[in-house]
Design a binder for this molecule. Structure first.
Ligand code: GLA
Length: 754
């Protein structure tokens, strides 16, 4: 029998043995961790000069390793001492190895010793599928005080094949546009199988992706998730209207999801109006590898010797102060450098789409033109249905492609309407959809070879239409000629709505020798057309529309002044969509129309539409006296705040997703005037603004008066009139716009009091 005492002794001896075994194991382990860490870092060992690409606040540091492969050694806040970037890799001890040594490649080639998702994949002229890219040289060119371009040349040591990585820096805005140019001098064509614009690399504890999805009338639905090891792909294979299901814009937060004013966040967008692809790969060492560009899906590209293949740019901005600052960076960049006439003004309009659809004639339009004047807006926009004779465009299954005014509806042509508009003191705008065709059209009968379709298969329609093959120069000429005819005959035309309703089914071109070039050459063809149109008609404002917001990207916005947010104009839905779009695109580019969608009163619908470029698509003649009076006054009020909305800084105060009401404000650059928009989004009993809303972007030591504008006739504001507060008070304590079931939308004008 073992006594209790002996049992305790035995147990304690056993425990001592285990403890001492554990101690030696711990010693052994820590030694091996130290040895391991000493030799394995991130697989990177230093060698060449550091290429340092800096904006006002951020830096990307690149360096070639011992094998001469260019790696990203840093992406983040700029260091005071540029000499210290090279010490960064030594600080990263992952506890594991990157056996390949190129997880952090600046442009990852496929087929050599890479083990991760490649940025570029090729088949050489001799059939070999390996690619190695070694650093050769770099140069930085100063474009002006704000812009510089760093170009880095990489070359394969075994093949006359090279890639130039380009980083265009917009210093003040903290924005980078990055793209690649690929070329070779091999004995035959090289097949490009993947060809990213950019390959980035981040080291953080966690990565949070905010991506968007949607469909017709459901644009910009966000989803925020933590990225886990493996690859998440955002892409489009729709050919045209690429973001019907998913836009090429997204954000990645580091460590935890960024808020409006806190957190590290990257906002990115592929500047391409066609199939795009973004790979987000969390590698085995918990780094994030981001590869973005055109989609290589069904798009192998055969590159001739000495020919250059330039990718579109991947656009990004990075902020350590949350999504709000990052979005203002993008807005500043977009207005200054990208959106056509981004710093200019916009004209308000009355559209006839929802008031008439296809059913109109000259007298109806003449009276709508008079209503345009009555409403007080600048332009009457004639929508779909004005063209086609053999096959009149009386519904959406005929006439598309035949761009002659319908003689029955418009016996005196468009010129008559231009003159009618001029007589009424407004301008005429017009809808076109030049990339598309109906089977019932003269164009289809004459030029079936211009239509994208599979010769051996039945045609598959989207909204009763097919897509023209813009990769064919003859089709490009045709599209340009539509514009020439319109503008030569009617130089007074003042606005164009360019629509693009169908996706590409049965992607096959009668023109292309290599079918896999179609998706890319389609978009290149579209841009060639745009270049030609803009060379001839540089100023005419043009709305980028695609069955709603099916094509909203910075590749196209170079040629357009604005975009149609969505066919869904139900105002509550719009608040959510406009809110998400606003992260990537400034309000000056958001076309918002007041329509009859939804049950909200006209004041609510108008207040929502004023948070962008205001337009109307309602039957003015059917408005009640007070509704008309309200709309007329709203147009006047809009003119008094539009400068702030178009050119000011946007601050999101209350998100509609997290609160019972949404609140946003725009502040002008010298902080002397602001406008605040508030909308109730929860109709449950008693919901409203219980607490003050903290304003942002004002100047603490300035004094401001706040006044509610855009009141419905006969109503009074519930806000205290003539109150004056300091910027400090408004930003620290806040201000209550008194939003509730009786006041579902409130616009507040904020003016500095001197
Ligand atoms: C698309 C647009 C609408 C309207 C119709 C006309 O759906 O998004 O605004 O122009 O086409 O057919």
């Amino acid at each position: 029998m073992i006594t209790d005492l002996r049992r305790i002794k035995i147990i304690s001896t056993k425990m001592n043995v285990i403890a001492s075994q554990q101690k030696s194991l711990v010693k052994l382990l820590s030694l091996s961790i130290i040895i391991h860490a000493l030799f394995s870092f991130t697989g990177y060992s230093q060698k060449g000069t550091v290429i340092n690409i800096e904006t006002a606040h951020n830096a990307i540091a690149l360096q070639a390793d011992t094998g001469n492969r260019l790696a990203i050694i840093y992406f983040g806040t700029k260091l005071n001492n540029a000499g210290e970037y090279q010490s960064i890799p030594v600080m990263t001890k992952s506890g594991s190895s990157d056996y390949s040594g190129i997880f952090n490649s600046a442009y990852t080639p496929a087929g050599s010793h890479n083990l991760m998702e490649p940025a570029i994949e090729v088949t050489h002229a001799d059939g070999n599928t390996s690619l190695d890219l070694q650093y050769v040289s770099y140069s930085t060119k100063k474009v002006d005080d704000n812009i510089s371009l760093t170009s880095i040349l990489l070359r394969d040591p075994a093949y006359p094949f090279e890639v130039t990585l380009n980083y265009k820096i917009y210093k003040k805005e903290d924005v980078v546009e990055q793209w690649s140019v690929i070329r070779h001098r091999e004995k035959g064509n090289v097949l490009l199988k993947k060809f990213a614009s950019a390959n980035l690399f981040f080291s953080s504890n966690q990565y949070w992706l905010r991506q968007y999805h949607g469909d017709w009338a459901r644009e910009m639905q966000p989803e925020e998730t933590r990225l886990t090891p493996g690859i998440k792909v955002l892409d489009s294979k729709l050919g045209t209207r690429e973001n019907l299901y998913q836009p090429p814009s997204f954000m990645v937060s580091f460590n935890s999801p960024a808020t409006e004013d806190e957190g590290k966040v990257l906002l990115g967008s592929v500047e391409w109006s066609g199939n795009f692809r973004v790979d987000l790969e969390v590698d085995p060492l918990n780094n994030l590898r981001l590869i973005a560009g055109m989609n290589n899906f069904a798009s192998e590209y055969s590159l001739k010797p000495s020919e250059e293949f330039a990718t579109p740019a991947f656009l990004y901005t990075y902020s350590v102060n949350g999504k709000g600052e990052a979005s203002r960076n993008l807005h500043n960049w977009a207005r200054e450098y990208r959106i056509l006439n981004g710093k200019g003004s916009r004209e308000t309009l009355l559209n006839n789409w929802e008031s008439t659809y296809f059913d109109f004639n000259e007298p109806i339009l003449s009276s709508l033109i008079k209503d345009t004047k009555k409403l007080g807006v600048d332009v009457f926009l004639l929508d779909d249905g004005w063209f086609g004779n053999k096959y009149p465009r009386n519904n959406d299954n005929a006439g598309l492609g035949d761009w002659q005014a319908n003689r029955k509806k418009l016996p005196n042509g468009l010129g008559y309407l231009v003159r009618e508009a001029q007589k009424s003191g407004v301008k005429l705008g017009i809808w076109v959809e030049p990339e598309m065709v109906n089977q019932k059209s003269e164009l289809y009968e004459k030029h079936h070879d211009w239509v994208i379709h599979e010769p051996n298969r039945s045609e598959h329609l989207y909204r009763n239409q097919l897509v023209l093959d813009l990769s064919n120069p003859a089709v490009q000429d045709f599209v340009v000629s539509i514009f020439d005819t319109l503008f030569i005959k009617n130089p007074g035309l003042a606005f164009i709505k360019w629509d693009c309703n169908a996706v590409i089914y049965n992607a096959h071109s009668a023109y292309q020798q290599k079918q896999s070039h179609l998706y890319i050459d389609y978009v290149r063809g579209l841009y060639k057309v745009m270049e030609r149109i803009r060379a001839k008609y540089p100023k005419v404002p043009m709305m980028l529309c695609s069955g709603g917001g099916g094509r909203v990207d910075y590749g196209a916005l170079k040629y357009f002044t604005e975009f149609w947010v969505s066919d869904n104009t139900e105002p509550i839905e719009r608040i959510f969509m406009q809110y998400e779009y606003s992260y990537f695109f400034p309000a000056i580019a958001h076309d918002n129309h007041v329509t009859d969608w939804g049950k909200e009163p006209i004041k609510f619908r108008t207040d929502v539409a004023m948070m962008g470029k205001l337009g109307f698509d309602i039957v003015v003649s059917k408005l009640s006296e007070n509704d008309l009076k309200f709309c007329q006054q709203a147009v006047i009020n809009y003119k008094s705040i539009s400068d702030e909305v178009w050119h000011g800084d946007l601050y999101r105060l209350m998100s509609p997703r997290e609160n019972d009401f949404a609140s946003l404000m725009f502040v002008n650059k010298n902080k002397s005037k602001a406008v605040m928009f508030n909308y109730l989004v929860n109709n449950r009993f008693g919901k409203g603004s219980f607490l003050p809303v903290k304003l942002k972007g004002l100047q603490a030591d300035k004094k401001y008066s706040l006044k509610e504008i855009n009141l419905y006739p006969g109503t009074k504001s519930a806000m205290a009139e003539s109150a004056v507060y300091s910027g400090d008070f408004l930003m620290t304590v806040g201000f209550n716009p008194v939003v509730n079931a009786g006041r579902t939308s409130v616009i507040v004008e904020i003016n500095e009091v001197r």
